[in-house]
Design a protein around this ligand. Structure first.
Ligand code: ADP
Ligand code: MG
Length: 263
């Protein structure tokens, strides 16, 4: 079982879209996938379960804070063919009331995921748009890899990336995690515009071979699918968005396998 966090302290860069659609595409390829929604906004919870996040009683927030609640009690099978640990806004107050020195603030997720060894090939964590805090610390402590989604059209795309990577490295060292960058995923790209090309070149220079070859093109079908709380491949299997996430799923699986052989 490999745990992969999708992290960027910025909101709106395509973390949730990438988690749900990549998870769905990997499930289609035969992988057993679990999505952990660590962003209390519950966007991936809504899209994957197709239920209002507040309808989920056994949330990640409760799982991380209640000793006697088991992971199995929180798992939700979804129409997308992946399982989900759901969340909602109630998770914020639950996690933030943990005492500062509580091990659950750091290792809650890691410990609870241990119950699932053998049940999943991949666990994909949708992180909140934060650079620090109990939720992101839990994600880093529990993960083998992280993917950094970067908005390919924003001239501010790389702003703060140094700081983000350094912070993840610090939390990694503090928590004894082995987390490493799996790659940067460029999202919402429009290489037909000069701005899009300039940003993509800057990202390539910065990350070099750590940029995934697959880019997720800007595609209104993705937005329409999100508005209907659907995976893009369920909404329109022929769309560019569905094709891009299928290619990305193949690439990410290959990269995990090649990292595993090397390390
Ligand atoms: N490739 C894309 N093309 C068009 N719109 C996209 C694309 N990826 C994401 N979006 C839209 O951008 C917004 C932010 O995406 P989201 O995945 O929620 O970001 P995050 O989880 O980082 O906040 C959403 O409205 C989503 O529908
Ligand atoms: Mg999100």
């Amino acid at each position: 079982m490999r745990v992969i966090s999708f992290a960027n302290y910025k909101g709106g860069v395509g973390k949730t879209t990438s988690v749900v659609n990549t998870a769905r595409a990997l499930a289609d390829e035969g992988y057993k996938v679990l999505v952990v929604d660590l962003d209390p906004q519950g966007n991936s919870t809504l899209t994957l379960s197709r239920k209002n996040p507040f309808e989920h009683e056994n949330t990640v927030g409760r799982l991380l804070t209640e000793k006697d609640l088991s992971t199995a009690q929180c798992l939700v099978p979804t129409p997308a063919g992946v399982d989900l640990l759901p969340t909602n806004l109630n998770s914020y107050p639950l996690v933030s009331t943990l005492p500062p020195n509580s091990a659950k603030r750091i290792y809650g997720l890691k410990n609870k995921l241990q119950d699932l060894t053998g049940k999943y090939d991949l666990v994909m964590v949708d992180c909140p748009p934060q650079i620090e805090g109990a939720l992101i610390t839990n994600a880093i402590a529990a993960s083998d890899y992280y993917v950094l989604p970067i908005e390919g059209e924003s001239v501010y795309a790389l702003q703060g990336v140094d700081h983000l990577i350094q912070t993840i490295d610090l939390i990694r060292d503090d928590t004894g995690s082995d987390i490493r960058l799996l790659g940067a995923l460029v999202t919402m790209v429009d290489t037909r515009t000069s701005a899009g090309r300039v940003v993509k070149e800057a990202i390539d220079r910065y990350f070099k071979d750590m940029v995934f070859d697959t880019v997720i093109r800007r595609n209104t079908t993705i937005n329409k699918a999100n508005l209907k709380s659907m995976c893009v491949c369920d909404f329109d299997p022929k769309s560019m968005g569905c094709q891009d996430y299928r290619s990305f799923a193949t690439e990410i699986a290959a990269r995990i396998n090649s990292f595993r052989v090397k390390s």
